[in-house]
Write a protein that binds this ligand. Structure first.
Ligand code: SF4
Length: 391
């Protein structure tokens, strides 16, 4: 009801006014405009965490995004050097504890450690740089950091790969096969030196089956993955592993997987004057057919810097498109897919959840806290710091 909506907004504003600089609400670009209206900072996941961590006088961060983002905010905001400057840790809250990321869940520490140990029987794992996309759990970031590896974002994956290859012979890329493959191909790595590590992670199998059912993946994909996972070395023979420059962990974003080359062909037919920009979490054939691929921030910059009247077909999450359409009404922006892919996990952050979280914080009994144990956070911070050193 309109009055309820207005009342929630009023109460949220009142708590924000009372807390002032001590509270920082972060809003990911994939959040609805109702949420972003209350955000102190809007952006993509890593930039938001970095920004929040650097704020002086901040006692609490409410992250309107998904779980791995709140973990990263906690890891950075409560780093020992930051803690030394404060009397107490920053509270990091996620307004809905069920707002996870299926792609992050496709790489578990147990699964990755098992794969690593298996690789060690055939190749020198000291010569593998594990690189994880920021869309991963703190435990996976820590796994990478503790082994001399890196974290990366969709904006700096190529810089990180360059650095990783200058230090080590191979890269294990987690958990997004598409970002890994798109970056490797851009980097000029021959196809013969790119291999996939198959596994039977339940999240990966479940999401693959769902995509197969709606014909976004060919029939038999799950069976072929399961068959490969049942074989040694993630379905690779030892020779392929020894010859591999990059090993791609099987994993994907179920939202960005919903874009297909035929969507781009249709857009070009309908809007011959338009340009197509997609996120690199999309499949390689989609990235190949697009005019450009880039991070969420890059997609935003492309629209912002284009001439009024420009026509864009954008291949990313639906609410991002709604938000840029609202912010740049003089550009013509079209969702690339008729499915209008929407991240159901991002949508779990609602106005009432945000309100409930803020009320709990204000009453001194905060709910939905995200606190990464320092034994994991320390390793994850190493991977994040190495990423930042790549520039
Ligand atoms: S859009 Fe994809 S990668 Fe981002 S949170 Fe949702 S499922 Fe995860």
């Amino acid at each position: 009801m309109e009055s309820d909506f207005q009342e929630l907004n009023r109460q949220i504003q009142a708590i924000k006014a009372k807390w002032g600089k001590r509270l920082c609400i972060l809003g990911h670009y994939y959040q609805s405009s109702d949420i972003l209206a209350h955000a102190d900072v809007t952006g993509d996941s890593f930039l938001l965490s970095k920004e929040a961590a650097a704020r002086d006088g901040c006692d609490a961060i409410v992250f309107c995004g998904v779980h791995f983002m709140a973990e990263t905010a906690d890891i950075l905001a409560n780093a020992p050097n930051r803690l030394a400057q404060r009397e107490k840790p920053v509270e990091v809250l996620l307004p809905n504890p069920d707002a996870g990321c299926p792609m992050a869940d496709m790489a578990t520490l147990k699964g990755v450690e098992a794969a690593w140990n298996e690789m060690a029987e055939y190749i020198d794992v000291d010569q593998i740089a594990p690189v994880t996309y920021v869309n991963s759990s703190a435990a996976i970031k820590s796994f990478c950091g503790k082994r001399g590896g890196f974290c990366c974002t969709s904006s700096n994956a190529d810089k990180v790969l360059r650095q990783a290859f200058s230090e080590k012979k191979r890269v294990l890329f987690l958990p997004d096969e598409h970002l890994g493959q798109n970056t490797a191909l851009k980097f000029g790595i021959p196809e013969s030196e790119i291999i996939f590590w198959n596994h039977s992670n339940s999240e990966m199998i479940e999401k693959t089956a769902a995509l197969e059912q709606i014909a976004f993946l060919p029939s038999g994909t799950v069976k072929s993955y399961e068959k490969a996972a049942a074989r040694p070395l993630g379905g690779n023979d030892p020779q392929a592993l020894r010859g591999a420059k990059i090993i791609l962990w099987r994993g994907f974003c179920p939202v960005h997987q919903l874009f297909l080359p035929r969507d781009i062909a249709k857009f070009r037919d309908d809007h011959p004057e338009g340009k197509v920009a997609v996120h690199p979490e999309c499949r390689r054939d989609v990235v190949f057919a697009a005019d450009t691929a880039g991070s969420t921030k890059r997609l935003l910059d492309l629209v912002a810097q284009s001439e009024p009247g420009s026509v864009w077909g954008i291949g990313t999450e639906r609410r991002f498109i709604e938000n840029v359409t609202r912010d740049y009404p003089d550009r013509k922006i079209y969702p690339l897919s008729p499915e209008k892919p929407c991240c159901p996990n991002m949508a779990k952050i609602t106005l009432s959840r945000l309100h409930q979280t803020l009320v709990s914080l204000d009453e001194g009994n905060p709910v939905y806290r995200v606190a990464v144990d320092e034994s994991i956070a320390a390793g994850a911070r190493l991977a994040l710091e190495r990423m930042l050193e790549c520039g």
